[in-house]
Design a protein around this ligand. Structure first.
Ligand code: ATP
Length: 232
């Protein structure tokens, strides 16, 4: 059913060595929904992303994708068609050309042609090293495969980091487009301004727990301030 979550973390506890970072996190994202995960520095947002993509194994709890328990599925077997991690700009291979980068994700020439048709500035730079692109162009290069072959879930950890406001706006428009195509989006941000314009649901994380979750329309300024200050 449309109401069922595509991605869910169920009572997830996780950490690094002796340090427990997530303490019973419940979080779910549905098809066609943007969930904004907000919270102070160090709250555990990136760790929740890492658990979702399989980079960190939970100590307890479950990760569920389309009803399947994938807790024990190693990250390399969680395909990009299923869970796509939109990297902070540098998930591309800087030494490879734009074309080579796209080929690693889109082996079919028709798919790459679709990228170039849509993003002309990438077409003009197809033979240059991806590392020489601007931050915004790198982010678009990283996101382009998801636009051509939408994944079930897209996770973006601080996509606005280091980008000019105009580029941030463009990136969020692309997220909105993916939402309308049924992708479930989990977007982590420390600064909430842009993400709140697009989010359907907001979840606050504080000290490894989800402290509040609800529709964006119910978010109030005090909660936001508390989340920024890490007292949420
Ligand atoms: P930030 O915005 O700073 O990334 P966050 O809410 O995403 O904050 P996490 O990055 O998940 O928080 O970090 C939560 C805690 O886990 C922090 O205390 C951090 O120091 C610790 N931590 C994160 N990654 C590791 C790691 N690879 N090894 C050890 N500790 C880590």
């Amino acid at each position: 059913a449309a109401e069922e979550s595509v991605l869910a973390l169920r009572n997830v506890t996780a950490g690094y060595g002796d340090a427990t970072v997530l303490r019973g996190v419940n979080l779910s994202v549905r098809s066609g929904e943007i969930v904004a995960l907000l919270g102070a520095n160090g709250a555990g947002k990136s760790t929740a992303c890492a658990v979702s993509v399989g980079a960190v194994s939970p100590l307890s709890g479950r990760v569920v994708l389309d009803g399947d328990d994938i807790t024990a599925t190693p990250s390399h077997r969680r395909s990009r068609e299923a869970i796509f991690l939109a990297p902070e700009g540098r998930g591309i291979f800087p030494g490879l050309t734009v074309e080579e980068n796209l080929t690693t994700w889109l082996p079919g020439a028709a798919d790459r042609a679709a990228v170039y048709e849509r993003f002309e500035h990438l077409a003009a730079r197809r033979d240059v090293a991806a590392g020489s692109l601007s931050g915004g162009e790198q982010q678009i290069l990283a996101l382009a495969p998801a636009l051509i072959r939408p994944p079930r879930v897209l996770i973006a950890d601080e996509p606005s980091l280091g980008l000019a406001p105009m580029v941030v706006q463009q990136i969020f428009e692309l997220f909105g487009e993916l939402r309308s195509r049924g992708v479930a989006l989990l977007i982590v941000e420390e600064k909430a301004k842009e993400v709140l314009e697009y989010a359907d649901t907001v979840a606050y994380m504080g000290q490894g727990r989800i402290t509040w979750t609800g529709p964006r329309s119910e978010v109030d300024a005090d909660q936001l301030t508390a989340a920024y200050l890490g007292i949420g």
